[in-house]
Design a protein around this ligand. Structure first.
Ligand code: ATP
Length: 224
């Protein structure tokens, strides 16, 4: 089940040569269940750092992150990534090349009984329009098809929240435009709460219900 995401007064910093380097400060947002939010801003403004903190890869220096009723992070609390029920479609989380599309989609389902796994994989492949391609290896798929498989893999375990970091940046302009619309439809069909990061305004407009403008680690505007 998708959940509401709530960030309150979040501060994030990296250890640097000259002490702590604060990159995000006083960052708050609220995203209702089933809605798609987008963080838009120039390179280096802190978008990826916010996403990494939600996913559980960066500790909070202050503030809190909640998903539904659960506290994921605060200055004293840090739930490990695998316990957050947060799915990810990041550039660096490419498909496993030695697994078929179906095996990739089933990767996060290994705890389910085999018949349930097979049924869920089939359901996810159909959701992304690739029901016939489960037996193919990533190199036998186009870039756009690979990203749809990556989306199916991220959605398969029914995450409470999905994070997408520049998911279309390696694709050509035409594929990118088409996939942006398709992915929005898929997320809406699944009722999925999602946060997208991009520096492409057209992509943000086409995909999101709410757009947050970021500048120097702060949210300067949040459109309703
Ligand atoms: N592991 C790290 N250690 C130290 N500083 C970091 C680290 N990762 C990011 N930063 C710094 O934090 C700031 C924000 O980086 P972040 O990657 O969040 O920006 P971004 O908005 O996602 O940029 P881009 O659009 O280029 O991906 C930058 O100044 C960056 O140099």
């Amino acid at each position: 089940m998708s959940a509401t995401l709530q960030l309150d007064d979040v501060r994030l910093a990296y250890d640097g040569a000259h002490g702590l380097h604060t990159v995000v400060d006083g960052f708050s947002l609220s995203l209702d269940a089933g809605r798609i939010g987008c963080l838009l801003g120039p390179s280096g403004c802190g978008k990826t750092t916010v996403l990494r903190a939600i996913a559980g890869f960066e500790p909070l220096r202050a503030g809190s992150i909640r998903l539904g009723e659960r506290l994921l992070s605060s200055a004293g609390v840090h739930l490990p990534p695998e316990e957050r029920r947060v799915g990810m479609m990041f550039q660096e989380y490419a498909l496993f090349p030695h697994l078929t599309a179906a095996q990739n989609v089933g990767f996060g389902l290994r705890r389910l009984p085999q018949p349930d796994q097979r049924a869920r994989v089939a359901e996810m492949l159909a959701l992304v329009g690739l029901a016939e391609s489960g037996g193919r290896y990533p190199h036998e798929l186009s870039g756009g098809q690979q990203q749809r498989i990556a989306l199916a893999r991220a959605l398969a375990p029914s995450p409470a929240l999905l994070l997408l970091d520049e998911p279309f940046s390696n694709l050509d302009a035409a594929t990118r435009e088409r996939l942006t619309v398709e992915v929005r439809e898929i997320l809406k069909a699944a009722g999925q709460t999602a946060v997208l990061v991009t520096h492409n305004e057209a992509e943000a407009q086409a995909m999101a219900d709410h757009i947050g403008l970021m500048h120097n680690g702060r949210l300067t505007r949040w459109t309703a």
